[in-house]
Design a protein around this ligand. Structure first.
Ligand code: APR
Length: 272
């Protein structure tokens, strides 16, 4: 299970971190309260604030980070049953996680739908208008085209309900970078059997890890998500393999937190 906190290392603000979170930085949009920017009724009243924000966040400006590639490595090793993400930045897809293993519970910019005639469009068709600060309009009926991002007040995509079979089958649950504030996604954290270990990799305790008695096999890795994932990869003996995957996928080495000495040694080894 993933939230906006796995994308902050890629430069995308999350929603609720005090000060840096998106909801603390929407003053420049003329909206009555922060969440309105993702509310469907407000969107129909005035789509401009959402499209102004979409221009900032539109996929293509950001790259996956260490955390996304860790999830990709889980898949490469045949260990990823499914990733449920709340993120709409598309970084899981960019990291090479196949759509069959990905549930984008809060939708995606990859496709869009006309709010009047319901015609579906590839998200790419909206890019030019959005980046030119124009509200995309349907060529057929002139209605406003809305990216298939799930707004407050909208149904979740059908694929979200795969959880009904996925979670009872899971033998490990990893929860990363989310405040677990938004339902029904947040409740998935309690949907695995009691015998199943749950690993929380997050700056702070959230959701049932706070308001419920901890389960005997909960593992809490509190702090920076990349450091937590790095420690996890290290315990699994996957650090080298993960760095190689990242180097292949990005064409550059990844030294998330190594010291200068470690980095010099790594470079020296490569030279030798
Ligand atoms: N390392 C560790 N934890 C981090 C990091 C980081 N680098 N950056 C952020 N976090 C943590 C924050 O402390 C917070 O607990 O990630 C969590 C992010 O929480 P939110 O900002 O609430 O994001 P998210 O949980 O994805 O929000 C859920 O709310 O508005 C809706 O639809 C929107 O999908 C979104 C949903």
């Amino acid at each position: 299970m993933a939230g906006a906190g796995i994308s902050t290392p890629s430069g995308i603000p999350d929603f609720r971190s005090p000060g840096s979170g998106l909801y603390d930085n929407l003053q420049q949009y003329d909206i009555p309260y922060p969440e309105a920017i993702f509310e469907i009724n407000y969107f129909h009243h005035n789509p401009k604030p959402f499209f102004a924000l979409a221009k900032e966040l539109y996929p293509g400006n950001y790259k996956p980070n260490y955390t996304h590639y860790f999830i990709r490595l889980l898949h490469d090793k045949g260990l990823l049953h499914r990733i449920y993400t709340q993120n709409i930045d598309g970084l899981e897809r960019l990291a090479g996680i196949p759509s069959t293993k990905l549930v984008e519970a809060h939708g995606t910019f990859a496709t869009a739908t006309c709010t009047v005639c319901q015609t579906s469009y590839p998200g790419e068709d909206l890019r030019a208008d959005i980046l030119e600060s124009k509200v995309p309009k349907c060529p057929t009926c002139k209605g406003v085209i809305k990216p298939d991002v799930v707004f407050f007040g909208e149904e979740l995509p059908q694929c979200f309900f795969l959880y009904l079979t996925d979670f009872p089958l899971a033998d490990l649950l990893v929860v990363m970078g989310t405040s677990l504030e938004v339902e029904p996604f947040a409740s998935l954290a309690g949907a695995v059997r009691n015998s199943v270990p749950r690993v929380l990799i997050n700056r702070d305790l959230v959701g049932p890890f706070v308001y419920r008695a901890p389960r005997h096999n909960d593992v809490l890795e509190l702090g920076d998500v990349v450091s937590g994932v790095e420690r996890f990869a290290d315990k699994l003996g996957w650090k080298e393999e993960l760095n190689k995957l990242i180097a292949v996928e990005t064409g550059k080495e990844w030294f998330p937190h190594c010291t200068v000495v470690e980095r010099l040694n790594q470079t020296k080894q490569q030279v030798n």
